[in-house]
Design a binder for this molecule. Structure first.
Ligand code: SF4
Length: 124
């Protein structure tokens, strides 16, 4: 299990948590998102939120890591499409560096996506 020590730096823990989970539909958490923009643990927060939302079958609620639920949904869809392209290009025999250059991502991202999808490929 990953360490949650990053939460010690969470700016939202120092303010009203209701800002991140506004009541009612259509309400924007503008104040929360503005605070997130200055938070030093935004990257870790985004990874944590993705894990939570993946485990809850993609249900998204509230603001995390400077993104609204809708923005995170769009980001997840874009990441899924990118990951499928990485796997397809891998199957065509391209190196991580070639795929990274083609898609505008780092070779490290390519390696991580390959590793994340390896069990699914082997199980298929
Ligand atoms: S980025 Fe995450 S941890 Fe930081 S204030 Fe926003 S919701 Fe909280």
């Amino acid at each position: 299990m990953k360490s949650l020590a990053w939460m010690d730096g969470a700016l939202c823990a120092q303010t009203d948590p209701d800002l991140w989970f506004p009541e009612g539909s259509g309400q924007h958490a503008r104040v929360a998102l503005r605070i997130c923009s200055g938070c030093s643990v935004r990257t870790e927060c985004g990874e944590f939120a993705q894990g939570v939302e993946d485990a809850s079958e993609g249900r998204r609620h509230g603001a995390w890591a400077g993104l609204s639920a809708r923005q995170r949904h769009r980001q997840a869809a874009a990441n899924d499409a990118r990951d499928r392209t990485i796997i397809a290009l891998t199957e065509q025999g391209l190196s991580a560096a070639e795929i990274g250059a083609r898609l505008g991502v780092t070779g490290r991202t390519v390696v991580r996506v390959r590793a994340d999808h390896r069990p699914q490929q082997e199980a298929a």
